[in-house]
Ligand binder design. Structure first.
Ligand SMILES: Nc1nc2c(ncn2[C@@H]2O[C@H](COP(=O)(O)OP(=O)(O)OP(=O)(O)O)[C@@H](O)[C@H]2O)c(=O)[nH]1
Ligand SMILES: [Mg+2]
Length: 352
């Protein structure tokens, strides 16, 4: 899963990037000309328990990778009217989801005071505007093409949605509309999480009602953190981290809250594979069939799929081995259409 950390200039994106990844990318205006990329491993006790059982050569957790690119200036007057920087747009297109970092602290770098609602709207507008420009130029080109009625119709509908200030993710697109327009990689269609970045004085304050209300109206989830404090904490070793979090009254580090939010945003679950070579967690979208899940591991396994052998993680731990699970009737054979569940330990049989 690849997540883009986006938002207006100086909102604290790089700070949040550091808090999540534990890296130390340069914050402030100095770091504006390059993209930061980093990866976090999703802690999963089940992988650890399986590893105790199988003693594998390798343990592999699910990963979330991040890209953080400098954002457009917040001030209206300074913002370019030609839309978002193409480099930023390109980075955003390549992501599965966006995290919009919204400034909730007073900053010496911007002349305007913190106004999260204004910034949420402004950035949403930028995403929609970028999509609109793309839709209009495609429509223009389609005028000259025959047999384009269906695509034109779809694009006209999307255009109308944006003109009514509805982000495409909220425009109730049908499956075939999504498929037909997948190549455009529209920005306002990507799942988006709001991250309100607040000052140190607000680490354990509730999310302001106005922000929560706007998020709800836009059907967006919002999490709040103090990026700066979390970034400092992320640089410490684990024991010190626990102490600091307790001192600040933070129950759970930003990273874990973020991982949970990202999984629910993308509606992800994890299935597991276990063996002497590797014990591993694989993130998939809820509702994925065994056939498609096999393809996450390797396209050959999807192509040559015969069946999936499934044991529930709890059963495997309880009975201690695959053989014992068989004896207790806890080992199931499933076909292509089986919907994989969170915590299934799966062994795919295939033939190519
Ligand atoms: N007080 C306070 N300052 C913060 C917080 N988060 C970020 N800052 C400061 O705000 C400034 C900008 O932070 P960055 O993380 O560089 O912002 P950015 O969004 O990456 O900015 P661009 O890359 O220019 O788009 C830095 O001086 C940070 O130290 C915070 O939670 N509290
Ligand atoms: Mg930055």
């Amino acid at each position: 899963m690849k997540v883009g950390i986006v938002g207006l200039a100086g909102a604290g994106k790089t700070t949040v990037f550091n808090a999540l990844t534990g890296l130390a990318a340069e914050v402030g205006y100095g770091g504006r000309d390059r993209a930061n990329v980093g990866v976090i491993k999703v802690p999963d006790e089940r992988v650890d328990r399986l590893a105790e059982l199988f003693n594998p050569k390798k343990k592999t957790y699910a990963e979330i990778s991040f890209v953080d690119v400098a954002g457009p200036e917040a001030e209206q007057g300074e913002r370019s009217h030609t839309g978002l920087d193409p480099k930023l747009v390109q980075h955003m297109r390549e992501t599965d989801a966006l995290v919009h970092v919204v400034r909730g602290f007073e900053s010496p770098y911007t002349t305007s005071g913190a106004d999260p609602e204004r910034d949420i709207r402004a950035f949403e507008d930028e995403l929609m505007l970028t999509d609109l420009v793309q839709i209009e130029s495609r429509l223009e080109r389609l005028k000259k093409e025959k047999d384009s009625a269906r695509e034109r119709e779809t694009l006209e509908r999307l255009k109308a949605a944006i003109e009514a200030e509805t982000a495409l993710r909220d425009a109730s697109l049908g499956t075939d509309e999504i498929q037909m327009t997948a190549g455009f990689r529209f920005l306002s269609l990507k799942p988006l999480l709001l991250l309100l970045n607040v000052g140190e004085d607000r680490v354990s304050a509730p999310i302001p009602a106005a922000v929560a209300g706007l998020a709800a109206a836009k059907h967006l989830e919002v999490i709040q953190m103090c990026g700066k404090a979390e970034m400092d904490i992320a640089q410490l070793d684990p024991d010190e981290q626990r102490e600091f979090l307790a001192d600040l009254g933070i129950a759970e580090p930003a990273r874990s809250r973020f991982i949970n939010a990202a999984y629910s945003l993308l509606d992800l679950i994890s299935f597991l594979t276990a063996g002497e070579d590797e014990c591993r967690a694989w993130p998939i979208k809820r509702g994925t069939t065994a056939h498609k899940a096999a393809g996450k591991i390797h396209s050959d396994i999807e192509r040559g799929f015969i069946r999936a052998e499934v044991i529930r993680f709890e059963d495997l731990i309880e009975h201690g081995s695959e053989a014992r699970c068989r004896e207790h009737g806890k080992h199931k054979l499933e076909g292509k259409e089986y919907v994989v569940r969170d915590g299934d330990v799966v062994h795919f049989r295939f033939n190519v």
